[in-house]
Ligand binder design. Structure first.
Ligand SMILES: Cc1cc2nc3c(=O)[nH]c(=O)nc-3n(C[C@H](O)[C@H](O)[C@H](O)COP(=O)(O)OP(=O)(O)OC[C@H]3O[C@@H](n4cnc5c(N)ncnc54)[C@H](O)[C@@H]3O)c2cc1C
Length: 526
């Protein structure tokens, strides 16, 4: 006889685990089914190299909701963080560098090395972003309204946004530009030094298959003023033991609340009878029955693979098929025998240059050229490389004396014009290593082992359609009331009892836990 649960969660990524925890705390009998051998999804630590804790995909945190950390007592279950100060280091060919971080005075001194005018304007720029963030941030933990069939409740849900927008007053126009427009004209208007603009622009393009001069990426600009670490706004952190430190704590909290977690179980079909969900069937042929199922997997897989699309309303499935999964991100994890010794800021013991994100991208034109290659189906001739070295602050992620580097690389278009990623990824990884070597001679000699995850590998490993790191692009037409598709942003789906609880739904990608938490509240009718 098949076991019966109050809810089955498809996927044990951080959002699926958050949903499971909140449901179990309301005394629901909950089962989480995870396809991989380990929970965590794209927020995971793995022993890819012996003795290392590698954050295979996501590598830095600040967006995870503090309310969830408190509610689920994650610190009691082992969650801990290291603040990043400084948060970024950009070396340049002329031997100079730019360092930014939470220390305001340091930022101004650093920016003034390149432009005194920019240093004068920077505080006002940050205030502008904070004003926009103050409108956007409260919406992250809000269930978006149904814009197709608005009822009274939906109008109530829009009211706080309207109030916040009114508070912005004349700044509303600028806020709309940040939310919808390209990053480049904004940065060009505020600043004159390419060194500062290039560093800020790399933040804007993370995970997007777009250049800074295209509409959309500006939205990500203010991610760096959002979120918090230890109550400090805008401060990003490394999770102790890698990003899996968070999801392992979530899993412990879930189990303590009575959640059953099964790994190595792939859900193949969502079972439906008379328009009502009744459970799931696994690839191994098992069935688990429940009158509520929450999928933390992307919409393409949930609605076109696990369900029969013909059983869904045509306009809904058409909208699902329009979701943009394009991607051009690649991840390389590297085991190092030594820290990189940067020409612009020499040192082989851990220093401030190793603590934050190391941006290897001299200016905005460099990004544009990289994008130009990718839009024609070629990996960037000169890739934009963002490195982090968590072992410089967290001794638990690498064996003594060794180091771990994570490289987030753009642009690596999922659809190549020539060849396959399996054939070409090593040659492209070599090109990325050349970029690091240019700023830190000797780097290549210090490499002990590497894991290269092309967009196709990201798709295979994490079941992410198109290798899109956010389960669907974060362009404005796919955010808030339009995520995943208009009319279904409230975590419910056309199938009664079937919910969405992952990054495919509002507020989208990033390790926030908000989608999982919001979905749980909807399921619990709270
Ligand atoms: C390379 C990369 C780098 C990133 N860097 C950052 C970063 O530094 N900071 C940040 O905040 N965000 C980052 N992100 C984004 C962030 O990691 C994701 O948005 C977030 O982890 C999504 O969490 P989720 O729980 O919604 O979904 P996922 O993490 O995608 O979890 C879904 C889970 O479902 C499982 N699954 C899939 N199909 C099935 C099935 N059929 N049956 C059972 N289980 C299934 C998957 O194995 C997975 O565990 C990055 C993402 C990637 C890929």
């Amino acid at each position: 006889m098949a076991t019966k649960y109050d809810a089955v969660i498809i996927g044990g990524g951080h959002n699926g685990l958050v949903t499971a925890c909140y449901l179990a705390r309301a005394n629901w009998k909950v089962l989480v089914l995870e396809r991989r051998y380990i929970v965590g999804g794209a927020c995971v630590s793995e022993e890819t190299f012996p003795g290392y804790k590698v954050s295979t995909a996501a590598y830095v945190n600040s967006l995870f909701r503090p309310e969830i950390i408190r509610d689920l007592r994650l610190r009691d279950f082992g969650f801990d963080v290291y603040e990043r100060d400084p948060s970024s280091f950009t070396p340049f060919d002329d031997g100079r560098y730019l360092m930014l971080g939470p220390d305001h005075d340091m930022c101004l001194r650093e920016i003034a090395k390149f432009s005194v005018n920019d240093a004068r304007r920077y505080p006002e720029y940050e205030k502008m972003l904070e004003r926009v963030a103050s409108v956007v941030e409260p919406t992250l933990i809000q269930v978006p309204p149904d814009v197709l069939h608005p009822g009274l409740g939906d109008l109530f849900r829009m009211a706080p946004m309207a109030k916040a927008a009114r508070k912005l007053g004349p700044a509303l126009g600028e806020a709309i530009e940040v939310l919808t427009g390209p990053a480049r004209p904004i940065l060009d208007r505020w600043f004159e030094s390419e060194q500062l603009k290039g560093t800020l622009a790399t933040d804007a393009i993370i995970g997007a298959f777009a250049s800074p001069s295209m509409p959309g990426p500006a939205y990500v600009l203010f991610h760096h003023v959002m979120g918090e670490t230890n109550g400090k706004r805008g401060v990003w952190c490394y999770v102790k033991g890698g990003m899996g430190g968070l999801t392992q704590a979530l899993a412990r909290s879930a189990v303590a609340s009575g959640v059953e977690i099964r790994t190595d179980v792939e859900v193949e079909r969502i079972l439906v009878s008379d328009g009502q969900v009744s459970g799931v069937a696994t690839k191994a042929g098992d069935e688990f029955h429940a009158s509520r199922v929450a999928s933390s997997v992307d919409c393409n897989l949930t609605f076109t693979k696990m369900l029969d699309p013909a059983s869904l309303p045509q306009d809904f499935i058409d909208a699902i098929r329009r979701i943009d999964y394009s991607s051009a991100s690649m991840k390389i994890n590297v085991a190092l025998d030594a820290l990189p010794n940067f020409t612009a800021c020499p040192g082989t013991t851990a220093g401030p240059q190793h603590h934050g994100t190391i941006h290897l991208c001299p200016d905005q034109d460099y990004i544009e050229r990289g994008y130009d290659n990718a839009k024609y189906g070629e990996p960037s001739r000169e890739p934009i490389v963002e490195c982090t070295i968590p072992s410089a602050v967290d001794p638990t992620v690498a064996p003594p004396g060794k180091h771990l580097m994570s490289m987030f690389v753009q642009y690596a278009p999922y659809a190549l014009k020539h060849g396959t990623w399996d054939e070409r990824k090593d040659e492209f990884a070599d090109r990325c290593f050349d970029v690091v070597e240019r700023y830190a001679p000797g780097f290549k000699r210090s490499v002990n082992a590497r894991q290269v995850l092309s967009p196709v590998d990201l798709e295979r490993t994490f079941n992410l359609t198109g290798g899109n790191i956010f389960q669907g692009s974060m362009a404005l037409h796919q955010l808030f009331a339009f995520r995943p598709v208009p009319g279904y942003a409230g975590y419910r789906t056309p199938v009664r009892g079937l919910y969405l609880c992952g990054a495919a739904s509002h507020p989208g990608g990033g390790v926030m836990g908000a989608a999982g938490w919001n979905a749980a509240r909807v399921m619990l009718n709270r």
